[in-house]
Design a protein around this ligand. Structure first.
Ligand SMILES: [Cu+2]
Length: 151
């Protein structure tokens, strides 16, 4: 009777050892990533030219806050300085060192007239390095302008 109890207890431990180990290893990797500092030469400029050069975007994020839905304004013009159809634009983002996106789904950009657009539903959920990306759909795929934020 005693032996059976001991064996059963040992069996339970071995059952937990693998998932527990994986959990700890996964957690440790995440902690190491979280501790990595953002690049020292991070470009914090609020005006950025897209990687493909098809547009220039300026962001006016207003008051930055953690864990609050924010509505931001963007000035976005094509290479000729003209507005871009709002339907060709979208915004997303995330934390490059943590491998996760925004905890929210930003709304579709709304034209405020001219080259001004408004995007709601932008949220940061923790301190650290965040990237917010403006995508412009083009026949050759998305052209993207990136903004860095240190929270
Ligand atoms: Cu994170």
């Amino acid at each position: 009777m005693m032996m059976t109890t001991l064996t059963r207890r040992r069996f339970h431990w071995s059952l937990w050892a693998v998932p527990l180990g994986l959990l700890l290893a996964g957690g440790a990797t995440h902690v190491v990533l979280m501790l990595l500092p953002a690049p020292a030469d991070l470009d914090l400029a609020r005006t950025q030219t897209s990687a493909g050069g098809s547009f220039v975007a300026t962001v006016a994020p207003g008051d930055l806050a953690i864990d609050r839905q924010m509505t931001w304004q963007f000035d976005i013009k094509d290479a000729q300085g003209a507005p871009i159809a709002a339907s060709a634009l979208r915004v997303d983002g995330g934390m490059p060192l943590h491998g996760h996106g925004l905890p929210s789904q930003p709304s579709a950009p709304q034209s405020l007239g001219g080259t001004l657009y408004e995007v709601g539903g932008i949220r940061f959920s923790m301190p650290g390095w965040w990237v917010v990306k403006v995508h412009r759909a083009t026949p050759d795929g998305d052209d993207i302008a990136e903004f860095n934020f240190l929270m």
